[in-house]
Design a protein around this ligand. Structure first.
Ligand SMILES: O=C[C@H](O)COP(=O)(O)O
Length: 259
């Protein structure tokens, strides 16, 4: 059975190669050894740059930590200079891939069509998409829910079956001093959870929150999300371990409720 709680980190392009390798070593000694990660109550994933993927796979070999990629090509092979296919990522052991992050949409012009093609590419190669969706302007929760549900449907309309991590990331809360308000996250995440649960072939999918999240956030969200997608506030490996402590409590609460 898939874990009911997931915590991941994207390193974006913050670290150079040596710093990333040092971070992997610290995380391999802390987060990867966290009891809730070791016994599978909590999924933990790490998404470095493409060039850091192989050293990350080596650093986390033999641990449950899943290594992801920050993007995938829409195609599986061919004349696509600069791209990396989901097929090759799967071949080396990458387990998930970020699709449609707000920075890729804003800085690199990714459209809904490209996002859908990348989600399909990941899933047909056995890679779970970390599907980033979120309203671009600050809005009330009801309209944010409608907006993000439309994004979710569009991204998965023609995608093969498979588990998806829906990363709800309000664009206005990414790289901000503070995350979105807990009540806003709860309402939108609830709507996304209802939507993903109703889609055929998406068993085991989770809704996680990203956008200036760090230690304390999962506790504040009080079970309204299935985990967190961390950025800057996981650069300190101790902060990631703190978030995993909170995730373990959430996983235990869910297990008790299900028993
Ligand atoms: O990929 C992670 C998210 O975009 C959140 O990043 P942030 O926590 O640095 O805002």
């Amino acid at each position: 059975m898939s874990p009911r709680v997931s915590v991941g980190v994207s390193l974006k392009m913050y670290f150079g190669h040596a710093d990333a390798r040092r971070w992997f070593e610290h995380v391999a000694a802390s987060a990867a050894a966290h009891p809730a990660v070791v016994d599978g109550r909590v999924e933990c994933f790490v998404i470095p740059t493409y060039l850091q993927v192989l050293p990350a796979l080596a650093a986390f070999e033999g641990t449950p930590v899943v290594v992801g990629a920050q993007d995938v090509a829409t195609e599986d092979s061919g004349a696509y200079t600069g791209e990396v296919s989901a097929a090759e990522l799967a071949e080396v052991g990458v387990g998930l891939a970020e699709i449609g992050h707000a920075e890729r949409r804003r800085l690199f012009g990714e459209t809904d069509e490209v996002v859908a093609a990348k989600a399909a590419a990941a899933l047909r190669n056995g890679i779970a998409p970390v599907l980033c969706i979120g309203e671009s302007e600050r809005a009330d929760a009801a309209s944010a829910a409608a907006d993000t549900i439309a994004q979710l449907r569009s991204a998965l309309a023609d995608a093969p079956a498979g588990r998806v991590l829906v990363a709800y990331e309000p664009v206005w809360a990414i790289g901000a001093p503070e995350p979105a308000p807990a009540s806003h996250i709860a309402e939108v995440s609830r709507a996304l959870r209802t939507e993903i649960d109703a889609l055929p072939g998406r068993e085991g999918s989770l809704v996680i929150y990203g956008g200036s999240a760090g230690p304390g956030q999962l506790t504040r969200l009080d079970g309204s999300v299935d985990g967190l997608f961390l950025g800057r506030f996981a650069h300190d490996p101790a902060a990631l371990a703190d978030v995993l402590d909170e995730a373990a409590l959430l996983a235990d609460r869910r297990a008790e409720a299900a028993a």
